[in-house]
Design a protein around this ligand. Structure first.
Ligand code: KIV
Length: 264
């Protein structure tokens, strides 16, 4: 079987075939996720918290991301792999190009993800013009946790919602090929998904997005601390890791996950 690619992911959006994504950070989990039906693996900078035990994603380095991306690539054959650009690794265009090139050339990533709307539009354009596929990330931006005053739901008021829809259109126009939308009301998740042609992958953004992503260790119930409301412990439902991932795949594909309980 050939690798999932952007053409396939766009077709999945057009055909309302839900895209199922999970984070992973190593070869063994990458293999298990692929065998259990995951379409896309995100090597998220959430590894700072769930692998390194940091309080936020901010201390994660480009070297960390290259190392974990390489491991995920080695464990996989058919999934599409996205690598996060860590905090301040894309503060200007030149830096973004150099660091994205490392994630692609040394890490083997198929796409890079970066957080922000209007402020990163130029950077998205510069990267995509050079052939680097970009996934944008809007809504709750974990790298801006201190400015946001915590991990809070975004886009609750009319201005915030309009700004988010506008940002989604702008990152698409700049060349982004995918969008992760984190922690927004389900109704806004639906509006953003309908406003753009690129696949929108929700995390705490309701079941109307084109796909879903969760942090692997949250959905296995092994993360330290409180599990976010938008996640669910699938390992508790099944008793083993492969079945937990397969159940998540089934529930996303059939739009049974997320449920109203996980929505904002
Ligand atoms: O780093 C990460 O795992 C992420 C997800 C929360 C989408 O960006």
């Amino acid at each position: 079987m050939s690798r999932v690619n952007l053409t396939k992911l766009r077709k999945m959006k057009a055909e309302h075939d839900k895209i199922v994504m999970l984070t992973a950070y190593d070869a063994s989990f990458s293999h298990v996720l692929e065998q259990s039906g995951i379409d896309v693996i995100l090597v998220g900078d959430s590894l700072g918290m769930v692998i390194q035990g940091q309080e936020s994603t901010l201390p994660v380095s480009v070297d960390d991301m290259v190392y974990h991306t390489r491991n995920v690539i080695r464990g996989s054959e058919t999934v599409f792999v996205i690598a996060d650009m860590p905090f301040m690794s894309y503060a200007n265009c030149e830096q973004a190009i150099n660091n994205a090139a490392r994630l692609m050339a040394d890490g083997g990533a198929h796409m890079v993800k970066l957080e922000g709307g209007e402020v990163v539009v130029d950077i998205i354009q510069q990267l995509t013009e050079r052939g680097i596929p970009v996934c944008a990330h809007l809504g709750l931006l974990p790298q801006s946790v201190h400015r946001l005053g915590g991990y809070r739901v975004q886009g609750r008021d009319t201005d915030g919602a309009m700004q988010l829809i506008d940002d989604a259109k702008r990152v698409e126009a700049a060349g982004a090929d995918m969008l992760v939308l984190e922690c927004v009301p389900a109704e806004l998740g639906k509006r953003v998904t309908e406003a753009v042609d690129i696949p929108v992958i929700g995390i705490g953004a309701g079941s109307d997005c084109d796909g879903q992503v969760l942090v692997l260790y949250d959905m296995l119930g092994i993360s330290k601390g409180r599990r976010p409301r938008f996640s669910h412990d699938f390992l508790a439902d099944t008793g083993n890791i492969s079945d937990a991932v397969a159940l998540y795949v089934d529930k996303v594909k059939s739009s049974e996950f997320p449920t109203l309980e996980q929505n904002y």
